[in-house]
Design a protein around this ligand. Structure first.
Ligand SMILES: C[S@@+](CC[C@H](N)C(=O)[O-])C[C@H]1O[C@@H](n2cnc3c(N)ncnc32)[C@H](O)[C@@H]1O
Length: 264
């Protein structure tokens, strides 16, 4: 076992995930009882380190130069993406409904000498008027599939996220989108219906990527295994996905980049 929760607790958490993963109390508990990236992510920090490295490389590849851009990181948790983007020169605001996760994020920002604003906010509630159409980029990384259980809830959250974007702005969603019960978080939805929900708000999908071979999540995410095993397993997993033609259900996270029209 890594730290924080026992294996039995992790299994019970997963069995009763609705009413748990979608509450701030669960994420506050994680922020307080785990260390490092596990405070907002998987129990194993060796798994988290690989996920982080690869996801941040994907952010860089899909967003390009973010210097001077205003970025909203919705469901920022302990702020790993907010801090990464701030280090690259973006003006970042991170939101989350877990006050404890935000405390940890703010501490890390101050330790690294980064100026990032962290605010308590719930993606299921409308943003304040001053945040509307304020951001060049909105990032949602692993939040919507936890905050929403149904298509109706997703539609509301996506409208809120979309309303933050300036005309011509970009929305980057990186989520473990799955339609199967075993692999889905709270939202059980494949990529095509998810893209339809987002495109109905007037955004257009411009790029997409599938990341991580999903069986690896079960093998590696819950126990700290030696770094070299985890690194090798990720590389093998990526090769397996490529060889299989990146089939959707076998890839874990889906990175989807959308653009808003330049005219209102
Ligand atoms: C898996 S963590 C990901 C955190 C961060 N984006 C990252 O990748 O490290 C999911 C985050 O979504 C937040 N979250 C879940 N539901 C939310 C909601 N309704 N409003 C705001 N944040 C929410 C949780 O508090 C948690 O910090």
């Amino acid at each position: 076992m890594a730290q924080g929760r026992s294996l039995l607790q992790l299994i019970t958490d997963r069995a009763s995930k609705r009413g748990l993963y979608d509450t701030p109390g669960y994420w506050d508990m994680k922020a307080e009882s785990y260390r490092g990236l596990a405070r907002s992510n998987w129990p194993s920090n060796t798994y988290n380190a690989e996920v982080h490295r690869r996801q941040m490389a994907t952010l860089d590849a899909l967003l390009g130069d973010v210097r001077g851009l205003s970025v909203a990181d919705v469901g920022c948790g302990t702020g790993r993406a907010s801090l990464h983007l701030a280090e690259r020169g973006a003006k970042v605001t991170g939101w989350d409904f877990s006050a404890k996760a935000l405390e940890a994020a703010a501490q890390e920002a101050s330790r690294r000498g980064l100026d990032v604003e962290f605010r308590v906010g719930d993606v299921r509630r409308p943003p304040t008027a001053s945040d509307l159409e304020h951001f060049d980029v909105v990032l949602v990384l692993g939040c919507l599939t936890l905050a929403c259980s149904t298509q109706a809830e997703l539609e509301v959250a996506v409208r809120h996220v979309r309303s933050l974007l300036k005309p011509g702005g970009r929305l980057l969603v990186i989520e473990p989108l799955h339609s199967a019960r075993l692999t889905a978080r709270l939202l059980r939805m494949g990529v095509a219906p998810f893209v339809r929900v987002v495109e109905r708000t007037g955004l257009t999908l411009i790029r997409r990527r599938v990341m991580f071979f999903v069986p690896m999540r079960y093998a590696l995410a819950f126990r700290d295994l030696p770094e070299r095993w985890v690194g090798r397993a990720f590389t093998l997993g990526e090769r397996a996905l490529e060889a299989l033609g990146w089939p959707e259900p076998l890839g874990d996270y889906k990175a989807l980049l959308f653009r808003a029209p330049r005219e209102r």
